[in-house]
Design a protein around this ligand. Sequence first.
Ligand code: SF4
Length: 209
Amino acid sequence: MNENIVKRNALLATKVIKGLESRNMSGYYCADKEEALKKALELIPEGSSVTMGGCMSAHEIGLVQALKEGNYDFIDRDAYEDKRAAMLAAYDADFFLSSANAITEDGVMINIDGNSNRVSAIAQGPKKVLFIVGMNKVCSDIDGAMKRARNVAAPINAQRFGLSTPCAKTGSCFDCKSPDTICCQFLMTRFSRHKDRIHVILVGDNLGF
Ligand code: SF4
């Protein structure tokens, strides 16, 4: 990555981490995927039960593979035939892994969800939530974060899942009420009442979408 982008990411991350701390959440900056994996494994003690929503970023830094191969109780929702049982197991996990559709420079995270298992587990349930967030998700303010979530993340996710939504066909949001819409619930995480529950690893590489 260009050295000026690296410098900019590190500086901006300092601001985001300060914002997270003001909201009772912990933030860390890792310059690349390798550092991010190391940090995540430092934060998750061996023996922990770990589950996740659809978090591409955790895959991209190699965390999912490391958890599956290591001494962890990885709750693999894809292995459950009973999807409701998988969702209920997630609420009782030690760690829930997620990314954010967008994060503001002052530490507010925005997530959109169709099934809503991801946003509900972020809000309540798992003992800790570990976010893996590429610096490409940082937006200047809440308005920018909402626009990113709806015009970048949601259309790509709709395409990824082969959904019949206007954004999947055009690449931007039409505020649809399509039966396939993935914009059912919007979660704005602006403060954690429980200190040490929400941890955010910001990564200097581009992750997810
Ligand atoms: S509201 Fe509809 S068109 Fe807009 S991003 Fe969500 S699914 Fe796509």
